[in-house]
Design a protein around this ligand. Structure first.
Ligand SMILES: Cc1cc2nc3c(=O)[nH]c(=O)nc-3n(C[C@H](O)[C@H](O)[C@H](O)COP(=O)(O)OP(=O)(O)OC[C@H]3O[C@@H](n4cnc5c(N)ncnc54)[C@H](O)[C@@H]3O)c2cc1C
Length: 402
């Protein structure tokens, strides 16, 4: 395709990876981000083999691996010690693995690569509107007290799950999940310094997890663990009240000790509710992700619950598919035809799976939790199912049997 001027809105995983891939092809990229600088915000993400293969192809795998924590499996037990989840990457090959990584390190490696390529960036600018026309696309930018309207050949919306910019007439479904999480980043401690994402459950209403996360770029010597605690969104506000102080927090710590005593050491630095950060998730289904001079990628296009750990992977796969589509096409119509063919089945499969699976881990349903506790251990013993589960977690599936 002839070089195009393209605005990419949002400097997260999707925006940074796409900017780098398209800048490399000679397109004139302008990256627009509302944060004044790429700060070390966020917690741990699990990069799956599918996402890691994109990093391999971009030549960034080694750089990412230096910051990350090698993960061999996802394991989950009930508080009585019964194994419910036991999903290893090994059935996919001796070398197959995931990588626990801090969001800041992921963005840092992508951004360092992008900095080596010609592009422009507008930091501290919030896009308030996008207007796609037949021959150009207009972007309205708010910077401090100023409003600017910029013109590009095309615009890619990559501004995350809570995007207000995705076209409403392409959005079939957009709702907040009723459950979210409180999370904290903590220095790694035994017994979690092992290559496992570990979870513990009581029914589906109580869940905690620990992911080895490697280190942040500004503190490369300190290995970290991401701790998360699942809870209904309606309870998040009360955690943030200034008076959610000593007493309820101490009570929660006491209950956590009974629920998962091995957490005590890693949670030692956690002394106040305010050290935990809330996270909410959306479930977004779109009828299409691109048309003519406008596209939507990453969480903005297909936000899902983090139960299958696919957010960053899907963003990297979107970036790669779009780069590939641009290289193989002569015009935007062909780009989106190619993109939909390649991304459609996989995005739809993972959206469906995360929508089906999430209530088994985050809900008040005892029936669903009992079904999970009976079914998953049996499935873990069937080699074919173990392989399908490994492929699903790895981000390699495009349908139930594909
Ligand atoms: C602050 C933050 C913390 C996160 N922490 C975690 C975590 O701990 N664990 C996890 O699994 N996932 C986390 N995520 C989500 C995770 O990064 C994504 O699922 C995944 O990386 C896909 O990324 P994305 O690029 O589609 O969206 P995101 O990573 O959400 O990036 C979107 C970017 O767009 C910018 N933006 C938003 N609106 C505008 C606007 N109007 N104009 C300009 N810029 C805008 C945002 O500032 C952000 O940088 C976090 C996301 C953010 C933004």
């Amino acid at each position: 395709m002839q070089p195009q001027s393209i605005a990419i809105i949002g400097a997260g995983t999707a925006g940074l990876a796409t900017a780098a891939l398209l800048a490399q092809q000679g397109h004139a990229i302008t990256l627009i981000e509302r944060a004044p600088a790429l700060e070390p915000v966020g917690a741990g993400l699990l990069l799956q083999p599918a996402g890691l293969s994109v990093l391999h192809r971009m030549g960034l795998y080694q750089a990412m691996y230096r910051y990350g924590a090698h993960i061999d499996a996802l394991v989950g037990h009930t508080c009585s010690g019964r194994a419910i989840m036991n999903s290893h990457y090994r059935p996919l090959g001796e070398q197959a693995h995931g990588l626990g990584i801090h969001r800041a390190s992921l963005c840092h490696v992508l951004d360092s690569h992008l900095q080596t390529l010609p592009h422009q960036r507008r930091m501290g600018c919030t896009v308030s509107a996008v207007d796609a026309q037949a021959h150009q696309t207009l972007v309205t930018l708010e910077e401090k007290q100023r409003t600017d309207v910029l013109t590009f050949d095309a615009v890619l919306i990559a501004n995350g799950s809570h995007s207000q910019l995705r076209p409403s007439d392409w959005t079939r479904y957009d709702r907040l999940y009723p459950w979210g999480a409180m999370w904290a980043m903590l220095p790694m401690a035994a017994p979690f310094d092992v290559p496992l994402l570990q979870q513990r459950y009581h029914r589906a209403s109580t869940m905690a997890g620990i992911l080895p996360t490697g280190s942040r770029p500004d503190q490369p010597e300190t290995p970290l663990a991401s701790f998360f605690w699942s809870l209904p969104v309606t309870e998040i506000a009360q955690w943030q009240q200034p008076d959610f102080a000593a007493s309820p927090f101490e009570k929660w710590r006491g209950a956590l000790h009974t629920f998962w005593p091995q957490l005590d050491e890693v949670l030692t630095p956690l002394t106040r509710a305010q050290q935990l950060t809330p996270a909410t998730y959306r479930d977004v289904i779109m009828s299409k992700w691109g048309d003519n001079r406008l596209g939507v990628i990453g969480d903005a296009a297909h936000a899902m619950s983090p139960q299958l750990g696919q957010g960053a992977n899907m963003a990297l796969l979107d970036a790669w598919a779009l780069g590939d589509a641009m290289q193989q096409s002569d015009n935007w119509h062909q780009v989106w035809t190619h993109y939909h063919q390649h991304r459609g089945p996989q995005i739809r499969f993972y959206q469906r799976m995360s929508r089906w699976l999430t209530p088994a881990f985050q809900s008040h349903s005892r029936v669903v939790a009992t079904g999970r506790d009976l079914l998953l251990p049996v499935l873990n013993h069937l080699p074919w199912m173990r392989l399908q589960m490994a492929k699903t977690i790895a981000g390699l599936k495009t349908g139930l049997l594909r």
